[in-house]
Design a protein around this ligand. Structure first.
Ligand code: NAD
Length: 347
């Protein structure tokens, strides 16, 4: 059995972020069968009590340092906001944890992201980022068709966030771009963002509107726009030279090519498996990938190294707006959140 701990449990829909993603981690640990949640840490006593009672957890801590020192977990979920990840991940590494399941968005700066990945790699700690959508049947089917060439050669991946939020939510779609591109590296990012400082969530600034234009080495382009819905009912459109595949907001997958328009049957939607299946399947798959990695399987699709590459795309888009120039990857030397500088209108 793996001894598991969770940092940041949430309070069932009413927390600051409000998703209480810690509960999803908790249910996955229970469902997986090889994990025992031995302790949880949260700065909210009420959240701690509610979670511990629901999951029958004995170890309850206000301070995660104390929890790590006293309970010595094998695996830790870091289920808090991006700006808190680095000290928490570093504390886990120092405490001798073997595996970390860290929430997205992974990081507010490239320096923090690189430091976390390097600390884990140096200590042999396996860390995954919760870009669990890679495991949804919907996207795996879209990728299979796109790679088979049913819409010709790849031209463009167009993603619409449906909200002014390239980081919290957009990180999933940027990660899907890497998924569709088989994680081959992007070469550059051109970005623009309007950030007045008026919007704040999950402990960080959010823009009012942003665009990332991404160049992949084979000539494929990625475009992500963060704003309320745009025309069309797709969240992601995979464009080819002879048609396109739409990942629709309502969970349908649709294909247009010279044979006409058709629906593609899928077993999941954009976010979760369709009714009838365990609604946490993709999360469970992410957890299983971490445990398999710990048992010697190759690096999974949701590894922190890959999560850092996806995070680099939103960080580079903001940085491009700040520097008024294209960012040729890799992006390095970013020590403060670029949205802070944009909001203050300074270089
Ligand atoms: N992977 C996904 O699809 C997915 C879905 C929802 C949310 N998330 C991400 O999960 C993260 C958490 O979001 P949420 O909506 O669950 O938030 P939440 O507010 O519901 O829960 C966060 C918890 O962290 C606790 N916390 C804050 N500071 C802490 C500290 N210093 N030490 C210990 N605990 C602390 C809070 O008290 C709260 O209980 C966000 O980054 C969000 O983007 C991911």
């Amino acid at each position: 059995m793996y001894r598991v701990a969770i940092i940041g449990v949430g309070r069932g829909g009413q927390g600051i972020g409000g998703h209480s993603i810690g509960y999803i981690h908790g249910r996955c640990y229970k469902a997986q069968g090889q994990c025992e949640i031995v302790a949880v840490a949260d700065i909210s006593e009420e959240n701690l009590t509610n979670f511990s009672e629901e999951f029958g957890v004995k170890g309850r801590y206000a301070d995660y340092h104390e929890m790590l020192a006293e309970t010595k977990p094998d695996v830790v979920s870091v289920a808090t906001y991006a700006g808190l990840h680095r000290p928490m991940v570093e504390a886990c590494v120092e405490a001798g944890v073997r595996g970390i399941w860290c929430e997205k968005p992974f990081t507010l700066t490239m320096d923090d992201g690189v430091a976390m990945v390097e600390a884990c790699e140096k200590a042999g700690v396996k860390m995954i980022i919760d870009h669990q959508r890679r495991y949804l049947h919907h996207f795996r089917e879209a990728k299979r068709l796109w790679k088979e060439g049913v819409v010709g050669s790849a031209v463009q991946i167009f993603a619409n966030v449906g909200a002014p939020d390239m980081m919290e939510w957009g990180t999933h779609w940027l990660d899907m771009m890497y998924f569709f591109m088989d994680d081959r590296p992007a070469q550059w990012v051109l970005g623009q963002a309007r950030c007045t400082g008026a919007r704040r969530a999950y402990g960080h600034l959010q823009e009012e509107h942003a665009v990332a234009y991404i160049g992949f080495e084979d000539g494929t382009r990625g475009i992500l726009e963060s704003i309320e819905r745009i025309n069309g009912d797709f969240a992601i459109r995979l464009m080819g030279t002879e048609g396109y595949i739409d990942c629709k907001w309502d969970g349908r997958l649709q294909l247009l090519n010279s044979e006409g328009l058709r629906e593609i049957p899928v077993r999941s939607g954009l976010h979760t498996p369709h009714k009838g299946l365990d609604s946490e399947d993709a999360w469970l798959a992410a957890l299983q990938a971490l445990l398999d990695w710990l048992e010697g399987s190759p690096e999974p699709e949701v590894s922190a190294r890959k999560g850092l590459a996806s995070s680099e795309l939103y960080l580079a888009a903001y940085e491009s707006a700040r520097r008024r120039d294209r960012i040729d990857l890799s992006l390095r030397g970013q020590s403060e959140p670029p949205l802070d500088a944009l909001a203050e209108n300074r270089p």
